[in-house]
Write a protein that binds this ligand. Structure first.
Ligand SMILES: Cc1cc2nc3c(=O)[nH]c(=O)nc-3n(C[C@H](O)[C@H](O)[C@H](O)COP(=O)(O)O)c2cc1C
Length: 323
């Protein structure tokens, strides 16, 4: 998610969910080919398995970007056919590509030709009044003819004009049944459902019908959900508690501060860690108030935890007590 799932966020989410597949923010082919590639594409090795999401509609450029992704050890490259923003439409990519299935197929074919890592597509159900199940299914079918096997479906259509990107994530109706039906009718595809999923029970229910579930906003605003899902769906667990997550992120923060990264670049992603817990507001407020004032304070998260639970020993104190 743009401006949200940067490398610091992904490192954090990886601590919570070792088995989840993580996705970058969408990067345009222009940015990858002509921008500060090292900065844009860098990631921590711990982030694997990691997919690079691309925005573009030029088969040649997408193929070059896919090759770069593979060279840089990304595990998957994903094409965005779901973003409806004006800027993206002006670039003729994102959701408006649903109107051009042959072009998407050409893009995916060129990318697949260029790399061995999986090439996947993230799509909507349709755009504007081109929103019948038949058109959606034809679109997927046409792209699948290239050999693309994984489709992540944001289970609502997009309006290409009249709605902001935020409204386009809320206003069009969710139609999970279409995603289930796609899986039933094209069982050879790996179908991943996305959109409006906010709790573990819903994830488990969807998994009776599809191969995977992608979480967006809920994972960001209530990241502990990732740890809950890790425990419920996989044999291995991530960090055992929110406090352990703070410890892991404190160690990470120390490394980042040494590299000159301001604390707020990391700390903004952990604001939701205590969502729904006593003291959540104190946690958020302490971090928000201090992060920009103390850009080199690598102990900020630890201090926020102590502020939230006055009287509790700090990790450092406990280490000293053990020593
Ligand atoms: C701030 C923000 C940025 C987003 N950026 C992207 C993006 O770069 N690529 C993409 O495919 N979807 C993007 N999305 C859409 C989400 O990936 C997801 O499809 C959508 O929010 C619905 O899922 P959810 O209800 O689980 O959040 C973004 C969503 C938000 C809130």
């Amino acid at each position: 998610m743009m401006d949200w799932t940067d490398r610091h966020c992904r490192y954090f989410h990886r601590q919570l969910a070792p088995s989840a597949r993580l996705y970058t923010e969408m990067l345009t082919t222009g940015a990858v080919l002509h921008g500060d590639r090292d900065r844009l594409l860098a990631f921590n090795p711990e982030e694997h398995p990691l997919a690079l999401q691309l925005g573009g509609s030029e088969p040649d450029e997408l193929a070059r970007c896919a090759r770069i992704a593979q060279e840089r050890s990304y595990d998957e490259v994903n094409l965005n056919v779901g973003c409806p923003s004006d800027r993206v439409q002006r670039g003729r990519f994102g959701a408006c590509l649903m109107l051009e299935p042959q072009l998407v197929a050409d893009c995916v074919a060129a990318m697949r030709e260029a790399v061995e890592i999986p090439v996947t597509v993230k799509t909507r159900l349709g755009v504007d009044d081109r929103d019948s199940y038949a058109e959606f299914s034809d679109f997927v079918g046409r792209v699948a003819e290239t050999g693309c096997r994984v489709f992540i479906v944001h289970a609502r259509k997009a309006w290409l004009s009249g709605l902001s990107p935020k409204e386009n994530r809320e206003v069009p109706a969710l139609r999970y049944e279409w995603v289930y039906r796609l899986k039933r009718e094209q069982p050879g595809l790996s179908v991943v459902l996305n959109g409006g999923v906010t709790d573990a029970a819903a994830v488990e229910e969807h998994l009776h019908h599809v191969d995977g579930v992608m979480l967006g906003r809920a994972a960001y605003h209530d990241p502990w959900l990732l740890a809950v899902l890790q425990r419920r769906l996989f044999a291995t667990a991530g960090v055992g508690s929110r406090t352990e997550a703070v410890e892991a992120m404190t160690a990470y923060l120390q490394r980042q501060v040494e590299l000159g990264i301001p604390v707020k670049h990391v700390s903004r992603h952990v604001l939701g860690l205590f969502q729904g817990q006593p003291g959540a507001r104190r946690w958020r407020r302490y971090i928000s108030q201090h992060a920009h004032l103390e850009p080199e304070n690598a102990d900020l998260l630890q201090q926020a935890l102590e502020h939230m639970n006055p009287g509790r020993d700090s990790v450092q104190q406990r280490f000293m007590a053990i020593n």
